[in-house]
Ligand binder design. Structure first.
Ligand SMILES: [Zn+2]
Length: 267
């Protein structure tokens, strides 16, 4: 087999870069879940326990990728089909104003789904299995909607139809770059990453799902996410990292607030 020196150089470059900070693959989702769980008071943790047990899980991070895992699980094909559109919301244009009728027809987008699952989770009249599923979806979707390109523009499907080159070599699309499970599957670095981020100041647990989506859209517009000449290099990644980390942190704090609200003992 011929050794392709350029490929090896790129692989080394990618391995050395903090690419996992851009990943909302397994890594990003577990980071958000872990950070959120750290913020929860004992009462909320206690309310979560039986719901997590229903999923054979002990920690929120254990269920954080379930909604994506459905895609590759033949037993859940119909559930994946019914929920695949709930992982994102597309905006009509760069004004980034959410219009439920236009942007979320039939409630099939991340914004409406978050509201819906939060109310199922908080409804003690519902069965524990239904509430456990709502929890699994919620943990995942709150993180997704903070990934800027999960609430980007409809015209390029949130960057999915925007081709780029990484380091002038590998071709991919912009959404995949931000969504990729690079390192995430094999690498346990997410624990260390979550611990690092836990020491950064707590962001405000403000707004609701529509606001979070609008923020993502505005980041897509304003934060240089679309690389010049469609080229992504180490400089781009270094610049993108603080935004990616801020969005993970915000997602975690807001997820914690949402869980506290839904599972408050007085409800
Ligand atoms: Zn997802």
């Amino acid at each position: 087999m011929r050794i392709d020196a350029r490929r090896i150089a790129l692989a080394l470059l990618l391995a050395c870069l903090p690419l996992h900070a851009l990943a909302w693959g397994p890594t990003g989702h577990r980071i958000v879940a872990t950070l959120a769980e750290r913020e929860l008071p004992a009462t909320t943790r206690a309310a979560l326990r039986p719901l997590l047990a229903r999923s054979h899980a002990r920690a929120l991070a254990d269920v954080a990728t379930w909604a994506d895992d459905l895609r590759d699980d033949a037993r859940h094909r119909s559930l994946w089909r019914a929920t695949s559109k709930l992982h994102f919301v597309n905006f009509a244009d760069a004004t980034c104003r959410y219009d439920a009728r236009r942007d979320c027809a039939g409630g099939r987008c991340a914004v409406a789904a978050i509201d819906r699952y939060a109310s199922v989770l908080g409804d003690r009249g519902r069965g524990v299995d239904e509430r456990a599923e709502a929890l699994r979806m919620l943990v995942h979707l709150v993180a997704d909607v903070h990934q800027p390109l999960h609430a980007g523009y409809r015209h390029d499907s949130g960057g999915n139809r925007y081709q780029i080159r990484v380091d002038g070599n590998r071709g991919t699309n912009l959404h995949a770059l931000w969504d990729t499970p690079v390192l995430g599957d094999r690498h346990e670095g997410w624990r260390a990453r979550a611990a690092d981020l836990a020491h950064t100041p707590l962001p405000a647990a403000d707004g609701g799902a529509a606001n979070w989506a609008e923020e993502s859209c505005r980041a897509t517009r304003d934060a240089g996410i679309y690389p010049s000449r469609r080229r992504v290099d180490a400089v781009y990644l270094a610049r993108a990292r603080p935004l990616a980390e801020r969005r993970l942190r915000q997602a975690a704090t807001r997820l914690a607030a949402l869980l506290n609200h839904a599972l408050a003992p007085h409800r």
